[in-house]
Design a protein around this ligand. Sequence first.
Ligand SMILES: [Zn+2]
Length: 78
Amino acid sequence: MANSSIRYGASTRKRAAGVKQKKQAFYRCEACGKMTVKRIGTSIWRCRHCNATYAGGAYTMTTPEGEVARRLIAGIKK
Ligand SMILES: [Zn+2]
């Protein structure tokens, strides 16, 4: 009975490892179409091919919040 609490710690560590993997992924650039967009900061993504900069989610590029932020940046940028 006393051992049941140990299992919760193991499942939390597994979830954290999954987030780390997503951070390393490359995403497709909307400007040049290449899979060269990489996360360079919290919610900031940049294409290594054409240097286009996007605002997205903290860990992936595809969040509803990111869509809004991306439109804002596109409006500011020349
Ligand atoms: Zn690009």
